[in-house]
Write a protein that binds this ligand. Structure first.
Ligand SMILES: Cc1ncc(COP(=O)(O)O)c(C=O)c1O
Length: 427
């Protein structure tokens, strides 16, 4: 089994996250439960931010709110100095509630509705547009001072096929040729400041790729600057920084990534008239390993193989069902167990894709045990659903042994909250 590394510890046979005993937290708060270690988020932010700013101090991180929209997490990252990358109106509203300033937000939608464009225009948030036509629609509501376009650099990479966001089959971005016209048009319509953006894929552990794909963006940006006669205030390389989910994947060497990216950035822009800021908008890298999802084993069944049924199924953590993603697991209350067996870890949802792990070697597991599912901090809670009428999990924030419930567990009230019944159906 993969070595246990901070912020995880084995103390007296129980898995701990920082100073918190996860078995004890499962008993006290119930399951399914996302437990997030605050210090880890801060460490991740500082590691990534320092790696870049040491090499290029005109650098800024914008946390991708879609990874987890909890206000506590937004506030932690705001305190660290992050901006907020928002993908829709409610994310902009949440960022506002978490006291991000408008100028510290970015709005990247795609296939935007008029309502969204109007909202962005009224707010005055820097808007990242996914097509030239959307520029004209946005202009009807008043053009924000800063206009940015999302570029499809022609290739991308992702931890799974579905996590590749650039290249010929991507629904995102515009080509460099369209971009030249788009910026010229934005200038004509009165845009004052310009940015350029890409988000070419997620969950990438390949250092060289970051150099290659960002260099392509920088090349496109330099070309547009020249042809459209504009200067970029910022160049946004998106997110995508991967974390190791599956042993023996190594950590992403973020120092080398920063070196690859900033070296190329400097080659393209240093010495040019006004040098842009370099932005990145990570989600996964900041949150992923800060959070463990706890599921209680309610039933164990032998049907050809052993099925271990927990309350943390695909409704709580969708990634295995959605991508075939691998999440490392421990039996949190059996960390010193020697006897192992291969089992399927499954949820309680009526789908056969509700399998969180197949043929996974784990300690011999019984009813009442607590399964700890690692790397659940990014796209964990945010992708969860009420499918099968199951309430969403609770989220607990821990720091130095203290805990705070940052999102209560849902119950029937939440399921009923928006339902309305015509009187004629009561008869
Ligand atoms: C536009 C945009 N920016 C940033 C991100 C964050 O990506 P990651 O979590 O891989 O860092 C995403 C994720 O899908 C995205 O769509």
């Amino acid at each position: 089994m993969w070595k246990i590394e901070p912020p995880l510890y084995n103390r007296q046979g129980n898995l701990h996250l920082g100073k918190s005993d996860l078995v004890e937290l499962a008993d006290r708060y119930g399951t399914p439960l996302f437990v997030t270690e605050e210090n880890r988020i801060r460490e991740n932010y500082r590691r990534l931010n320092d790696a870049f700013t040491r090499r290029w101090n005109r650098f800024r991180l914008y946390y991708a709110v879609k990874a987890n929209n909890n206000l506590a997490i937004l506030n932690i990252l705001r305190q660290e100095g992050s901006g907020a990358d928002c993908s829709c109106i409610p994310e902009l509203q949440l960022a506002n509630l978490a006291n991000f300033r408008i100028e510290d937000m970015l709005y990247t939608g795609n296939y935007n509705s008029d309502e969204e464009l109007n909202f962005a225009a009224q707010l005055g948030v820097p808007v990242n547009l996914d097509d030239i036509d959307i520029l004209d629609r946005l202009a009807k509501f008043g053009l924000p001072e800063t206009i940015c376009f999302r570029i499809n650099p022609g290739f991308g990479k992702g931890g799974f096929d579905k996590l590749v966001f650039a290249g010929p089959d991507a629904k995102f971005g515009i080509t460099s040729e369209v971009a030249e016209r788009a910026y010229a048009r934005a200038k004509k319509l009165g845009a004052k400041r310009f940015g350029i953006h890409m988000m070419a894929g997620s969950s990438v552990l390949d250092v060289e790729y970051f150099g290659q794909v960002t260099d392509r963006l920088f090349e496109i940006a330099a070309g547009i600057s020249e042809k459209a006669g504009i200067e970029f205030d910022f160049v946004n390389i998106g997110g995508g920084f991967g974390v190791p989910y599956r042993p023996p994947e190594p950590d992403l060497d973020i120092e080398r990534v920063a070196a690859e990216v900033t070296d190329r950035f400097k080659q393209r822009f240093e010495g040019a008239g006004s040098v842009p800021y370099l932005y990145a908008e990570p989600g996964r890298y900041l949150l992923c390993d800060s959070t463990v999802l706890l599921g209680r084993v309610h039933a164990v069944k032998f049907a050809g193989k052993k099925f271990v049924g927990t309350d943390a199924g695909m409704n709580i953590l969708l990634r295995p069902a959605l991508y075939g993603a691998y999440h490392q697991m421990y039996v949190a209350n059996r960390m010193n167990a020697r006897k192992k067996e291969k089992v399927n870890i499954v949820g309680q949802v009526c789908e056969n894709s509700d399998i969180l792990a197949k043929d996974r070697e784990l300690p011999v597991t019984e009813e009442g045990d607590v399964i700890a599912i690692l790397n659940a901090g990014a796209y964990g809670y945010s992708m969860s659903s009420n499918y099968n009428t199951r309430p969403r999990a609770a989220e607990l924030l821990v720091r130095d042994g203290e805990e705070f419930l940052i999102r209560e567990r849902e119950d029937l009230t939440d399921i009923l909250d928006r339902q309305r019944l015509p009187g004629r159906l009561l008869k």
